[in-house]
Design a protein around this ligand. Structure first.
Ligand code: ATP
Ligand code: MG
Length: 310
């Protein structure tokens, strides 16, 4: 598997070292994957992406893109020499020029290439429209087309799905994934949204306070988080003793359960019920399909084997 991006000991501080936004980061991106940096606001995601693109200068470390060193202590390639392209959160389309000109902006791509891109991004017939005449999905495709037309080695996406209502977001992220696959491009996506990360990514890195805490597939991170922070960031957990935690779907209500509890709440969410049960001196959150349990019912619980220890 070919490494498209290699990052070694990348460090960046702001305000004379007071704020550390990249604390000696190490990361490899593999050709063709969709890789997501997932972290809360202020964790350092945008700064990381900007350093890759050459828009922010790291304090130290190394960045290679497609086997070429683009940053080290004596190298700092300009953004346009780095074979990267960015799709920004608001797409940053130019309002006073049409779709075709937006796609070709800053590019010396031929008319033929434009035709191919228009076809592939389903924008054929819309090339003379202005950005305000397009739907959200079409605007996203223009931004993608513009980013992809020069065949970058890596596509960087800074929260393109934020500030969009849920229904449209679900459509846009499906399209986004299809397009990235269609163009067979390596993509680095950054988001604070766990669901978007799970939907889009081959692998995810959890970022927090300028550190990458853990890298893995969604399943690996969810089932085997290395730290309490990662565990609770990716889903609900309940503490069951000093250093053991469990997810709601791994607590079972059954006749043979060893722990007795009393139902405090049963909330219907459509595809599952979230039941709060007071047992062992504390409230446990349990996911179950049992719609009929009522407040005050006595139940027996057992913990499945997925207990997490930190
Ligand atoms: N130019 C700058 N000067 C000083 N501090 C900065 C600068 N840019 C970013 N920071 C700080 O670095 C930290 C990380 O910012 P960054 O924009 O990388 O976070 P983020 O993870 O992208 O957050 P968000 O999800 O809100 O976009 C923040 O504390 C921010 O205030
Ligand atoms: Mg950001």
């Amino acid at each position: 598997m070919k490494k498209i991006v290699e990052i070694k000991n990348l460090r960046k501080t702001f305000c004379k070292g007071d704020i550390c936004v990249a604390n000696s980061l190490n990361l490899d991106l593999i050709e063709g994957e969709i890789f997501t940096i997932l972290g809360t606001s202020g964790s350092g995601k945008t700064t990381f992406l900007r350093m890759l693109a050459g828009l922010e200068k790291p304090d130290s470390g190394e960045i290679s893109i497609d086997q070429e060193k683009v940053f080290s202590n004596n190298i700092n390639l300009e953004p346009n020499k780095r074979k990267v392209a960015i799709v920004f959160q608001n797409y940053a389309l130019l309002p006073h020029i049409n779709v075709a000109s937006n796609i070709l902006f800053g590019s010396n791509a031929s008319k033929e290439k434009l035709e191919v891109i228009l076809e592939k991004t389903k924008l054929k017939g819309h090339e003379k429209k202005y950005p305000h005449e397009l739907s959200g999905g079409q605007q996203q495709r223009v931004a993608l087309a513009r980013a992809i037309i020069n065949k970058p080695k890596i596509l960087l996406l800074d929260e393109p799905l934020s500030n969009i209502d849920t229904e449209l977001r679900n459509i846009l992220r499906t399209e986004l994934k299809e397009m990235i696959r269609e163009f067979n491009i390596t993509a680095l996506f950054i988001t604070h949204d766990k669901e978007d990360a799970f939907f889009l990514s081959d692998r995810i890195a959890i970022m927090h306070g300028g550190d990458i805490l853990q890298v893995g597939t969604a399943k690996e991170l969810y089932n085997n988080p290395k730290t309490l922070y990662c565990a609770s960031f990716l889903g609900k957990i309940t503490k069951i003793d000093e250093n053991s935690y469990i997810r709601p779907e791994n607590i079972k209500i059954s006749e043979n359960g060893q722990i007795e509890g009393i139902v405090k709440e049963n909330i219907f969410y459509g595809n599952f019920n979230e039941i709060t049960i007071f047992a062992n001196g504390q409230n446990l959150i349990v996911n179950s399909s049992d719609e009929n349990l009522k407040v005050g019912d006595i139940v027996k619980l057992s913990f499945e084997d997925r207990i997490m220890k930190f």
